[in-house]
Design a protein around this ligand. Sequence first.
Ligand code: GSH
Length: 325
Amino acid sequence: MAGMVDGRWVDTLPAAEEIKDGRFVRMDSLFRDAVSPDPAAPFPAEAGRYHLWVAWGCPWAGRTLAVRALKGLEDVISVSFAVDDLGSEGWTFAESADGPEPGGWPLHRLYGESVPHYTGKVTVPVLWDKKQRTIVNNESSEIIRMFNSAFDGLTGNRLDLYPEPLRAGIDRWNALIYPSVNNGVYRAGFATAQAAYDEAARGVFETLDRIDAHLGGSRYLVGEYCTEADWRLFVTLVRFDVGYYGAFKCNLRRIAEYPALSGYLRELYQWPGIAETVNLDRIKSNYWRLSNVNPGGIVPLGPVVDLSAPPGRDHLPGKGIWRRT
Ligand SMILES: N[C@@H](CCC(=O)N[C@@H](CS)C(=O)NCC(=O)O)C(=O)O
């Protein structure tokens, strides 16, 4: 796996121990600062100051795009999309932090500018501070929490994806879904030992079966309110049939075959602003062109996925997203 050693880009990262006994173990993100509504904070909320670097294929980037859209932050936080799938210099963009770069500009330069001797992976999403020219945070679960509240004073947006009274329920679903589904598909796809694959792939479907049963009688994961837990699940569901089902060998069932999950996925996909954060062709090529899972890099024709049909979930009571008073 490629990355950086002592501030320089290398094709193989000696420090990376991502495969242990055939099992994929995800490395922790390094940049963990936070944007704050407090004007005196090191990273205060300001319009136009922060930039998000993302890739269409990436589910972790997908979460940040979904919450950016739901919270009406499109004019406050600018965004750049990687031009292609992971290349020889990692994620590459058509612009740098300073403007257009027609020849392509690799994201590892931002990591190198933030920490001159950086050693580790170069991942999206990245939240970048244009003023201090440094990465604020590269952990999507934390970036979505900042987007949920830190900029409300600027936007006036009162939607709350992590409301106090629902936090215990949200945390419980996240704790189940992250290891077994969001990261479980990666553990299945990147496994290099049969037992590791079996365990991960079984776990994916045990949890999906359980969620499908739950959603048969509940509009959203935590009940009548659509929360952060739903959007964290959504980014994996929307990638499932075109990506994980084939490329990551999670092929016991497609999401389209699940009675409740399929309609739930369509409802979330059709939520205002969300379809624009999803690019099914780029998702498909992102996974099928990963050399460790598909060395030939051939992207298949199917499956055909249509998320435009009516969700058919109006019989279940729903109140949308919680609104702060
Ligand atoms: N913990 C990170 C994980 C991000 C991550 O793994 N991103 C992948 C793309 S889906 C990446 O950039 N990988 C680059 C690489 O492995 O070299 C987060 O949730 O923000």
